[in-house]
Structures are given as structure tokens and as C-alpha cells.
Design a protein around this ligand. Structure first.
Ligand SMILES: Nc1ncnc2c1ncn2[C@@H]1O[C@H](COP(=O)(O)OP(=O)(O)OP(=O)(O)O)[C@@H](O)[C@H]1O
Length: 959
């Protein structure tokens, strides 16, 4: 009942949505029956219609949609998502099923459509993909990536064994968020590290493992937070949710106000965050992702020690040396031993806290990777190819009141991703037209490569200059770094300092600042702390202490070999730059999908569409340029060979084979179909189709043709590799049922007009699920429980399924086995539950005879013969005899001499002993015959079948 109620509500919700989409959406063509259209691979691209010629029109459309809770929009294949700040997808699982296997022009725009499309292309083309989710801080990237992960977890095929992998993939998120996310002014759950996650799939499309790469965690947050911001969530979660014993063991109090590292932002408690609850989730996640109690003990030990470290305070003694303020002994020890002044002591304390936390985070990612590793394949020696879908969720572009080294790295990273997007979309698309010789009016766009170069160029870029200052001998300071910048990149159009600025802007820049004109806007960075953060040094003696820690994780993170190394470690910025370079390489080798997240307002408010803020994002994300390229360009392009292979059946000249060049084949084909000149262009290697409707029409024609020709099964069989044929035979019954279900899915049979969508949805959901849960053999008695309105259909399907399985089973039975089964059926009717030893006899096959061939020659008409022991009427004298059964009579034979003939017609009864004793009494006209036989079940069965008298057999207590 509950399910029905939910679905009913869902029916209404979706109906409203679809109504709006049909009525109001000028972007896409939706198909009636979108719910059921499937199997239309090959179409990945479509286009905007003509209404959006201006930025204002585009914004208007976004606003209108947003007000109607439609937060997703496509520009070509790029998904634009405006953060709703409220949960819209209440019926997520049903929605997921809705998008499964449906091409994305068939349903309203959605994250799931992007996820599903990447997945389907991966499965059909065996290539790797990535989904790049970008947008500024708080725009909704992390939420989007979680939804995509969930989509794969719910919709991909899985086995019991693989469910563990699925759970781990999902649960790695709360753990990483606890240690790597924090409340900032822009986002209550802001990622303070970059994350790239590969989900690995096997050849059947089941997720079998994963791998996470993490990028530069914002360590400085451990020791310092701006007003209105918090430290990483885990600190508060541990204090709020940690069990009493645990806190006691760690020496912690359940009050964040007691810890210096947690109170600087003055917002330890936040209304929107439930630390206690989150702690429970994280604890549970730890148990699923393979963390032992020892691991956790060490991990929480580290979290606690960072908090304790933060509470160590220093003061100056009379010599200007730092001494520890509280704790008498340690105070004196520090007084005598410590060479540091107060500033340096604080620096050292914070450096230790940051280093421990930062390295522990890397340890955590590695540990999670261990648990996500594809063990299924490697254990079973499965070397089949895996494909991956990568999900990139990285800290968004960020402008704070004071921007430091961390913001510089984060914003540089966003520049790189923007550059990748431009390279792979705007630039690539326009270059493709040029390469293919298609006439094309170039559409200008801002290429941010110039900013990337400003930051990363060797010897000349800001990172190189910073490194130089960090590494050079002599006194180098943040100010000397700033001077070097002015000297070396002062004339760059995207770089300004107070000295270089014009009169007007000068006031807004401090003497210690430099300003970069990023693609997403201007950011003024305060150079103070750049050198220190870039060097990220930890005193050698502190490292030595940590190398000898009794905490296993700390020991793993600080290796003694590091102390021996004479090489200076790479600076933080260079490490980051290099890791970004390899990330870009990873991404470039994969097929891209893009999601652009937009932040609707600065107040994290639902339903508030701030025109100014959104216009700014639309501008810097280059959405208008995307739109223009899409509109002026072609919706679809495909290599001649691929296009011909798919559609060749639509033209007699190309079907079944085209022997000439593919380009000519395509030309013949489209002439035959009747493409108009304005609808397409022929390039050097590809056909370009301008309008989606042209392609839709071709697809529709192909669908019809496919069914007319019965092409798919025919081709499959005909080309058929024998092994595949064999496998097909085995799953024959399942396929029949699947086809039947597919038929059901494809047929539209609404019960009444108002409930069309609802009924379709219920049908769809149930049938889709059923399709994957059909019993595979006659022994499998399970059947998916149907919702009440589908009981009838379900019953029909079940009957049909059983019939098919039985038929399939029967067809697979050999004639010999059939005889055996018939005989066993008779045995069962006579003896089942009545005579001891019956159960054991079931699996012993009956023999045709129990005599050797030589002996059988003596009885040429024998149907069955076996040695027996014959007793006289009193049951005393036992004589060894042969029993020979022919078509009409039974003979008791001694040495080729017939001693007794029993006509089946005279056989009146046959009584067998219920105990295991193998004796048998036959009552015949003129008196009983008592025989003992080793193979009594077999013998009696043969006798009954030959005499056709099985009803006469009684199992009675022997005399
Ligand atoms: N699809 C959504 N439905 C409902 N709320 C959402 C959705 N996407 C985002 N939000 C809201 O916006 C907040 C910020 O989103 P999210 O953490 O994904 O931003 P982000 O782009 O990853 O930011 P950052 O770069 O700071 O990590 C979420 O905590 C949530 O409240």
C-alpha cells in the first residue's frame, strides 16, 4: 500500500513536470512515451532551438525554469544546473530508473541523463569517460557528483559480491567529507580538497572498483579559520558524537569552545549541520570500508592530538625564549632546552598540526583506495578489460575578503579546468569544422590560456617566481616576492599591483597585495604567507619525533628515509602544478561530459534567482559562446563508416553491403532518404547533420526498418559465432520473457486518461525490475512481488515464464534421460514415503539389465533381467535364480531352465516390505512367489511398467 501511495504521488509530480516540459520548454523536443523509448544508441547530440539569440533571452529562460523548479538545462550535451538549495528529487530511485537506458533527448534534462549517457557509450564502445563538474564554491558540484555516484550504484547491474564495492564507493564520501570538507562563508559543506574518482566497470557494466586521487588539502584551515568559518567537520563530529569512553580515552571534552583550533571562526555550532548525526554516518562508513578498530584508534588519536596541540600556549621568558605556559615540568624543560622564540614556537606547533593532518588525509585516501580496489577481478585472475568513468569534483573558484596562497591554488586549478573545457569544446568543435572543410564563421570566445600561462609558465610564471624566491639564498620575504612579480610579469594584462595600478584602482589594492584578472573575475591576493606556505617546512627534529611515534598512521606518514634524503622537497605550488598537469592528461585521454553548476544567490536561499550573479557566471563560464557554437553548428556528426553501418538498411543500394567508399555510400543513402541540402554537410571524414529533427526522423525510420527486417536477431544469429549460439540457447526462455516484457513496456495501455503516466510508471518500474529478476531455471521458484495493479499481468508472465522454463528444460532432456525420468516417476508413485532406502535410490540410475551380455543371449526377448533369491512358500529355503521380464511375462530361471512363468495377466498383487529388506512377494493366481532382489526399486518399477500394473503394488509389512 505504501508503495502504491508513493507512486501515486509520484505520478502526479511527474505529470506536472511533464506538463510543463511539454508546454513550456523551448529547448528540447520531448517525445510522447519518452518513458518507454529505449535502445536508441548512437544519438548523443542535439541542439537548442532558435529562441536564445541574446544573453537576456537565455537568462529569462533560466529564470522562468528556475521558478518552476526546473533546475537543469542543456546547451548541446553540456548540462547547466542551477543550485536549488532544496531537495527536489524526492523520488530519486524512481527517477533514476526513469533515465536508465533512455537517450537524453527523450526526457527532461537531468544529471542522470548525463550519467546514463556516459555509461551507455562506455558499455557500447568500451572506452573511458569522465564527467567534469565545475562551478564556483557552493554551486552544487559535490552534490552533483554524489548524485551521479548514487545513480551508478542504483542502476548498474550488480551481484552480491559486488554490492560490497558499491557500498564502499558510496560510503567513501562521508568519510572524505568529514576530513576534507568544512563550513566556509560560501558553503556549509565546502570541499577543501580536490577529488577525482575513477569508477571501474567490468565488461558487463557492473561497478567492480574505484580509485580516488586527491589534490592539495587546505591544511592551513587546521590551525586558522576566518570569521564565520569552521575547521574540518571531523573535529566537531568527534566532540559532538564521540562516545563518552572514546572522548575520555582521548582526553577530550564535549565542547568545541575548549579548543583553540576550533573557535577562531566563532561558529562551532551551525544550524544547518548536524555533527552528531554525521558522526554516526562516518562511524558506520568506517566499518564498511575496511577500517580496523586499531586504525580508528590511531586515526581518532591523531584528530585529538591536533586539538591538544592547538591548546599549547607559549610565553616569553626573561631571555626572550619561548616557554610553555601551562604545565610546570614541561615549562621548565622548554625553558632549558628550547631554542625558539615565541613566534617560532607557535610556528612549529602549527606546522606539526598541519603536517600531521595533511599527511593523515593522504593516508586516509590511500586506505580507502585499498578498500575500493577491484579485488574481485584480481583474485579470480580476471584479466578482462575494465573501463572507467571518472568524476571530477574539485574546489570551486573562490573570492574571499582576504585571499591567500590557498585561494591562489584553488583559482589556478579552476583556470586549468576552464582551459580544458575550452580546448575540448569551443576550440575543438570549431577546429573540427575547419579540419573537415566545412564552411564556418568562427565564433569568438575568451581563451583563458593567457591566465594559465601567467601562473604556470616555466621561468616566467608566478609559480616559478615564487619558487625562485623560496629557494634562493639570502633574505627572501613575501615583499621581495611581490617586487619580483612586478619586475617579471608587471606588464601582463591580467596582473596588477598597487604600484602598477591606475589612479582609480590603486586605492582598492594594498601594498602587500597583487591582483589577478581571472576568467571568473578579479581576485586580490595578499602576498603575506606565500613563501612560508609554499615552502611548507617542518623542523627536522620534529620530523624525527614523528617518525618514531607509536601511532601507526603517523609512523606510516613520516618515514625515516625522508630524513636521509638530501634533495629538497618540491615546493607546494610546484607539486600542485604537476599534479594538475597529470590530472589534465588523465582527463584528455577520456571522453568528456560536462556539468556546469551555477550559484543562484549568495545567501544559500532556495528559489532566489539573483540576475546579476547569474549573468556574471553565464558570462565567465562562456555559456553564450557555447550556445552560439551550438546554434550555428551541427547537432550531430558521425564518421561516414559509423553512419553507414547504422543506417545502411534504409537504402536498397547500401543494404546489405556497400562495396564502395563509405562517403559515397552515405551520399547515396541520404539522397534516398531525402535529406534537404540545408539539413547536412559532408566533411572530409564525417557527415554533419544540422538539425536534431533530421536525425530523429532517420532514427525513427531505422527503428521501423529494424523491426521489419527482424534485423538484430537475424544478424546476430547469422554472423553467429557457435559459442554465442550455444549461450543463446541456454538463455532462450529468459530472452522470450524479456521480449515479452519489452513488448509490455513498449505498448501503451492506459487504464484511464488521467492516470496514464502513473500507470505507465508503475508498469515501467515493475517490469524493468522484473526483467532483471526472471527465474533462470525450473528450480528457481522466486518471483518478484507485483504492485496490486499489475497482479494480473504478473500472474500471466509468471505462468508464461514457468511454461517456457519447463519447455526449455524438457527440450534439453536426452531420450535416455527421459526414459530414466519416466521410470523414476513410477518408482516415486509406488515407493515414495513408504519404503526405506527410497531416497538413496533416487539418484542411482536404473540399468537396462543386471545380467552380462553373454547370459542375456539366452533370453533374447528379455526386457530386463536380474539375479534374485527365491524362497519357498514357508520362507525357509532360499534358491538363487534369475528373474527375466519380457513384454508379457516374468520368468524365474535356473541355469537357462525356466522354473516358473508368471503371466502378467495373472499377477494380482505385489507387496513390498517397507523396511530396507529387499524382499518382494508376488501374489499370482495359484499362490504367492517370494523373491529377494538387490535392486528391488528397479525391478519392481520395470515389472510394473511392463505389466502396466503399478496400481497393484502395495508396500506392506513382510510376513
Ligand atoms: N541538487 C541539489 N539539491 C539540493 N540542494 C543542493 C543541490 N546542489 C547543491 N545543493 C545545496 O548547496 C550546497 C552546496 O553544494 P555543494 O557542496 O555541492 O557545492 P560545491 O560546488 O561542491 O562547493 P565547493 O566548491 O565549496 O565544494 C549543498 O550543501 C546543498 O545545501
Amino acid at each position: 500500500v505504501l508503495i502504491d501511495v508513493k507512486l501515486l504521488t509520484l505520478g502526479k509530480v511527474l505529470k506536472t513536470h511533464w506538463y510543463y516540459l511539454y508546454q513550456a520548454d523551448p529547448f528540447l523536443r520531448y517525445r510522447e512515451g519518452a518513458l518507454i523509448a529505449r535502445d536508441r544508441v548512437g544519438v548523443q547530440d542535439f541542439v537548442l532551438l532558435d529562441s536564445h539569440t541574446s544573453e537576456a533571452a537565455f537568462l529569462n529562460n533560466l529564470r522562468k525554469r528556475y521558478q518552476e523548479n526546473l533546475i537543469y538545462t542543456y546547451i548541446g550535451t553540456l548540462l547547466v544546473s542551477v543550485n536549488p538549495y532544496k531537495e527536489l528529487d524526492i523520488y530519486t530511485v524512481t527517477q533514476m530508473q526513469l533515465y536508465r537506458g533512455v537517450n537524453f533527448f527523450e526526457l527532461p534534462p537531468h544529471l542522470y541523463a548525463i550519467a546514463d549517457n556516459a555509461y551507455r557509450v562506455m558499455c557500447s564502445e568500451y572506452n573511458n569517460h569522465f564527467i567534469l563538474i565545475s562551478g564556483e564554491s557552493g554551486a552544487g558540484k559535490t552534490e552533483a557528483s554524489k548524485k551521479i555516484l548514487q545513480y551508478y550504484a542504483v542502476t548498474c547491474p550488480t551481484t552480491e559480491q559486488l554490492q560490497v564495492v558499491r557500498d564502499r564507493l558510496l560510503l567513501s564520501n562521508p568519510v572524505l567529507e568529514a576530513f576534507g570538507n568544512a563550513k566556509t562563508l560560501r558553503n556549509d559543506n565546502s570541499s577543501r580538497f580536490g577529488k577525482y574518482m575513477d569508477i571501474q566497470f567490468d565488461f558487463k557494466g557492473a561497478p567492480v572498483g574505484g580509485h580516488i586521487l586527491s589534490y592539495l588539502i587546505e591544511k592551513s584551515r587546521v590551525v586558522h579559520q576566518n570569521h564565520g568559518e569552521r575547521n574540518f567537520h571531523i573535529f566537531y563530529q568527534l566532540l559532538e558524537g564521540g562516545e563518552k569512553d572514546l572522548l575520555c580515552w582521548l582526553g577530550l571534552e564535549r565542547n568545541p569552545q575548549k579548543y583553540a583550533y576550533l573557535v577562531q571562526g566563532r561558529c562551532a555550532k551551525v544550524f544547518s549541520i548536524n555533527d552528531k548525526n554525521d558522526w554516526k554516518i562516518v562511524r558506520k562508513a568506517f566499518s564498511i570500508i575496511d577500517f580496523t578498530e586499531k586504525d580508528l584508534e590511531h586515526l581518532f588519536g591523531i584528530v585529538a592530538s591536533v586539538l591538544h596541540l592547538g591548546n599549547i600556549q607559549f610565553e616569553e621568558d626573561s631571555n626572550g625564549h619561548a616557554i610553555i605556559r601551562n604545565g610546570t615540568q614541561i615549562k621548565w624543560i622548554s625553558k632549558v632546552l628550547s631554542p625558539l622564540n615565541v613566534d617560532l614556537a607557535f610556528y612549529a606547533r602549527d606546522a606539526v598540526a598541519k603536517a600531521i593532518y595533511g599527511r593523515t588525509f593522504t593516508w586516509l585516501v590511500n586506505k580507502i583506495n585499498g578498500s575500493l580496489a577491484n579485488k574481485v577481478g584480481s583474485l579470480s585472475g580476471d584479466s578482462t578489460r575494465k573501463t572507467v568513468i571518472g568524476l571530477l569534483d574539485i574546489y570551486g573558484f573562490e573570492v574571499l575578503d582576504t585571499n591567500s596562497f590557498e585561494q591562489f591554488c584553488i583559482n589556478y586549478c579552476n583556470e586549468k579546468l576552464q582551459q580544458l573545457l575550452i580546448e575540448m569544446t569551443l576550440k575543438a568543435e570549431q577546429e573540427e569544422y575547419e579540419m573537415e572543410g566545412i564552411e564556418w564563421e568562427p565564433i569568438p570566445y575568451f581563451n583563458n590560456k593567457i591566465i594559465c600561462d601567467l601562473v604556470e609558465q616555466k621561468h616566467k610564471g608566478i609559480i616559478s617566481i615564487l619558487d625562485e624566491e623560496c629557494l634562493r639564498p639570502g633574505e627572501a620575504t613575501d615583499l621581495s616576492f611581490l617586487e619580483k612579480l612586478e619586475e617579471k610579469v608587471g606588464d601582463h594584462a591580467h596582473f596588477v599591483t598597487r604600484k602598477l595600478a591606475d589612479q582609480k584602482t590603486r586605492k582598492s589594492i594594498d601594498w602587500v597585495d597583487f591582483r589577478l584578472l581571472h576568467y571568473a573575475g578579479e581576485v586580490t591576493y595578499c602576498a603575506v604567507g606565500f613563501l612560508e606556505k609554499n615552502n611548507d617546512l617542518l623542523y627536522r627534529n620534529l620530523k624525527e619525533v614523528l617518525c618514531n611515534s607509536k601511532n601507526g598512521i603517523v609512523r606510516d606518514c613520516f618515514l625515516l628515509s625522508e630524513l636521509d634524503s638530501r634533495r629538497r622537497p618540491e615546493t607546494v605550488a610546484t607539486q600542485f602544478k604537476n599534479s594538475l598537469m597529470s590530472l589534465i592528461e588523465i582527463l584528455m585521454s577520456k571522453e568528456p561530459s560536462y556539468i556546469r553548476c551555477i550559484k543562484p544567490n549568495e545567501n544559500k536561499e532556495p528559489g532566489k534567482f539573483d540576475d546579476c550573479l547569474i549573468r556574471h557566471q553565464v558570462k565567465y563560464l562562456g555559456l553564450m559562446e557555447h550556445l552560439r557554437v551550438r546554434r550555428a553548428g551541427f547537432a550531430y556528426r558521425r564518421k561516414y563508416e559509423h553512419f553507414l553501418r547504422r543506417y545502411k538498411s534504409l537504402c536498397p543500394a547500401t543494404w546489405p553491403h556497400w562495396h564502395g567508399p563509405a562517403a559515397e555510400g552515405v551520399e547515396r543513402l541520404i539522397k534516398h532518404i531525402g535529406y534537404k541540402p540545408e539539413e547536412y554537410k559532408l566533411g572530409r571524414t564525417k557527415i554533419f547533420i544540422r538539425f536534431p529533427k533530421t536525425l530523429f526522423a532517420t532514427e525513427d525510420a531505422f527503428e521501423i526498418r529494424k523491426h521489419l527486417l527482424g534485423m538484430i536477431p537475424l544478424e546476430a544469429c547469422w554472423r553467429g559465432v557457435l559459442a554465442r549460439k550455444e549461450a543463446k540457447k541456454r538463455t532462450w526462455a529468459v530472452q522470450i520473457i524479456r521480449k515479452f516484457i519489452q513488448g509490455f513496456i513498449n505498448r501503451k495501455k492506459p487504464l484511464c486518461p488521467e492516470n496514464v503516466e502513473f500507470v505507465r510508471l508503475v508498469q515501467y518500474k515493475y517490469l524493468m525490475k522484473l526483467r532483471d529478476h526472471i527465474p533462470r531455471n525450473v528450480l528457481d521458484k522466486s518471483w518478484l512481488q507485483p504492485p496490486s495493479i499489475l497482479e494480473e499481468i504478473s500472474e500471466m508472465l509468471q505462468k508464461m515464464c514457468i511454461r517456457n522454463l519447463v519447455r526449455k528444460y524438457c527440450r534439453g532432456v536426452t531420450p535416455e534421460r527421459k526414459v530414466q525420468l519416466q521410470q523414476k516417476a513410477v518408482t516415486s508413485a509406488i515407493f515414495r514415503g513408504k519404503k526405506e532406502g527410497y531416497q538413496q535410490s533416487i539418484n542411482l540410475p536404473f540399468a537396462d539389465t543386471r545380467l552380462s551380455e553373454e547370459v542375456l543371449i539366452l533370453a533374447p526377448y528379455s526386457q530386463y533381467a536380474t539375479p534374485v533369491v527365491k524362497y519357498d512358500r514357508n520362507g525357509f529355503k532360499a534358491r538363487e535364480r534369475l528373474l527375466v521380464l519380457t513384454q508379457s511375462s516374468a520368468y524365474v530361471v535356473e541355469m537357462a531352465k525356466i522354473k516358473q512363468k508368471i503371466d502378467y495377466a495373472t499377477l494380482k498383487g505385489n507387496s513390498a516390505n517397507p523396511s530396507g529388506a529387499a524382499s518382494d512377494a508376488w501374489s499370482v493366481q495359484g499362490g504367492d512367489v517370494i523373491l529377494q532382489c538387490e535392486h528391488i526399486f528397479e525391478m519392481v518399477t520395470k515389472l510394473c511398467m511392463l505389466a502396466n500394473k503399478q496400481n497393484l503394488v502395495k508396500v506392506v509389512k513382510g510376513r
